[in-house]
Design a protein around this ligand. Structure first.
Ligand code: ZN
Length: 99
C-alpha cells in the first residue's frame, strides 16, 4: 500500500460505441457524468465514451476501483474490465439516488 493516498482521477474507459444517453444534454462537445441528473461535465478528448465525475466516483467501493485499475494495468481480458466498469456504474448510480 502506498503511504500517501493520492486522489483518484475520475474513471476512464476506452472508447467503444457511443451510448446515446451520454450525449444527451452535453453542451459544446463535453461529456456528462453518466449518473442521471448529475450536471458535471468534462472535456471530451475523444478517448472515452463514458465518464463518472469525481464526486460520484468516490461513492463507489474503493476495492472495486482498485480492481478495475489492476485489471487494466495487467491487461486482463477486456470482458472483465467491462464487467467491473458496469458494476461501478451501477453502484455509482444507485448511491447517487440514495439507495
Ligand atoms: Zn456525477
Amino acid at each position: 500500500m502506498p503511504k500517501r493516498r493520492r486522489k483518484l482521477a475520475p474513471l476512464k474507459k476506452p472508447r467503444r460505441s457511443k451510448p446515446a444517453e451520454v450525449l444527451v444534454g452535453a453542451p459544446g462537445g463535453r461529456m456528462l457524468c453518466l449518473v442521471p441528473f448529475c450536471r458535471r461535465t468534462r472535456k471530451d478528448d475523444g478517448r472515452f465514451d463514458e465518464w463518472i465525475c469525481g464526486k460520484h466516483w468516490t461513492l463507489t467501493p474503493r476495492s472495486w476501483r482498485r480492481g478495475l485499475f489492476l485489471f487494466r494495468r495487467r491487461g486482463v481480458h477486456h470482458e472483465l474490465v467491462a464487467r467491473m466498469w458496469d458494476r461501478l456504474k451501477r453502484v455509482a448510480i444507485e448511491r447517487a439516488a440514495g439507495l
